[in-house]
Design a protein around this ligand. Structure first.
Ligand code: PLP
Length: 408
């Protein structure tokens, strides 16, 4: 029987714990390379100028009210989000075999997908979901909470600090037929390592052969390379290949709308004569799940994103803002790498510029991570992941020297 006194203490969320420790630190040169949120060159949060414009426009609208959104969310937002991720000319959109629901950012989208699959994805056995090792830590919790068995496939090679492509392929190949394969669409978190297009094609072939179900998590479209089309390439390729799949889409990073929780979940069925009916049944079940989980999604972030996505001038400006963010990060990668090379820091550092997106897996060990925190007040997660957005022209020298010191 339940006894309140027997509920054990849960561990603190490692990332949010790290943030709290950083905040408490009074050292003037402290550096936060922990949290995955964009910072400008002065280490400050950045409100995208295009978001500010959309926000002003919304606030000036005398017809704006605070009524509930529909269960599936703001229709102008979900349809624009669908076009953004699948592409305006997507066969799935033309053939009306995609459905989209607004969610509590990317986390809510992953959860809605996991919940749907736990309820309806029953093949001959209790197929597991496969994550990359490592992956975004929340994947484990979200899928475990809905009761799906969890497995991992190799992803990161400690030796090359790049993709362990052979390990990844052979595990996906030997997985039980019909497993759910979770894939990061771009800018893999935490490693910053993505497959090449040729490698994606090989992965798609194995997934098709083994009748696996691909589940894409896309948290960095446009933020990774600065190009919205490029960052959505893998998803669009799978859709063109006729896969049945789902996508969790976040607007936290690419719009800087972290706390507004704007996201979308998309389900795409395979082409076929009954695809339209199938997708409407799936949409009806997703709506029931959504109703019991959150009733209906929050309005404001979706309104901002929708204002930008549906206005050609604002959309063009957004693309420039994306280039500002991704460009600054790419420059910081170059600067950190060249400073480490100038210092003659032991090891090779080309992985810093080969990796993409918000994060870099530095290769620092847990011991080194703790030492750099202690000695230099540079904060990063224990696995040696750094958020590139925490670097700027004022601190990159300092961080390079601190890394140099701990690896010697
Ligand atoms: N998936 C991945 C891989 C992520 O890195 C993140 C954010 O860090 C998310 C999903 C979801 O983030 P949010 O719920 O803030 O959109």
């Amino acid at each position: 029987s339940f006894s309140a006194e027997k509920v054990p203490q849960a561990p603190e969320d490692p990332l949010f714990g790290l943030m709290a420790a950083y905040r408490k630190d009074t050292f003037d040169k402290k550096v936060d390379l922990g949290i995955g949120a964009y910072r400008d060159n002065n280490a400050k949060p950045w409100v995208l100028p295009v978001v500010k414009k959309a926000d002003d426009r919304l606030r000036d609208d005398p017809n704006l009210n605070h009524e509930y959104l529909p269960i599936a969310g703001l229709a102008e937002f979900t349809s624009a989000a669908q076009k953004l991720i699948l592409g305006v000319d997507s066969p799935a959109i033309k053939e009306k075999r995609a459905c989209s629901l607004q969610t509590i950012s990317g986390t809510g989208a992953v959860h809605l997908g996991a919940l749907f699959l736990a309820k309806f994805y029953t093949r001959s056995q209790n197929q597991p979901v496969y994550f990359s090792n490592p992956t975004w830590a929340n994947h484990n919790q979200i899928f475990a909470n809905v009761g799906l068995p969890i497995q991992t496939y190799p992803y990161f090679s400690a030796k090359t600090k790049g993709l362990d492509f052979e390990g990844m392929k052979s595990t996906i190949q030997s997985a039980t037929e019909g497993s759910i394969i979770l894939l990061h669409a771009c800018a893999h978190n935490p490693t910053g390592v993505d497959p090449t297009r040729e490698q994606w094609k090989e992965i798609a072939n194995i997934i098709r052969e083994k009748k696996h179900f691909p589940f894409f998590d896309c948290a960095y479209q446009g933020f990774a390379s600065g190009d919205l089309e490029n960052d959505a390439w893998a998803i669009r390729y799978f859709v063109e290949q006729g896969f049945e799949l789902c996508v969790a889409q976040s607007f936290a990073k690419n719009f800087g709308l972290y706390g507004e929780r704007a996201g979308c979940f998309h389900f795409v069925t395979s082409p076929g004569s009954d695809a339209g009916n199938t997708i409407s049944r799936i949409a009806s079940q997703l709506a029931i799940l959504q109703r019991s989980e959150i009733s209906n999604p929050p309005a404001y972030g979706a309104r901002i994103a929708s204002t930008v996505l549906n206005d050609p001038a604002l959309f063009a400006e957004w693309k420039e803002n994306l280039k500002t963010m991704s460009g600054r990060i790419i420059q910081m990668r170059k600067d950190l790498k060249s400073k480490l090379e100038e210092l003659g820091t032991p090891g090779t550092w080309n992985h810093i510029t080969d990796q993409i997106g918000m994060f870099s897996f530095t290769g620092l060990t847990e011991k080194q991570v703790l030492k750099i925190r202690e000695d230099a007040h540079v904060y990063m997660t224990k696995n040696g992941r750094i958020s590139m957005a925490g670097l700027n022209t004022n601190n990159v020298d300092y961080v390079a020297k601190a890394i140099d010191k701990v690896v010697r």
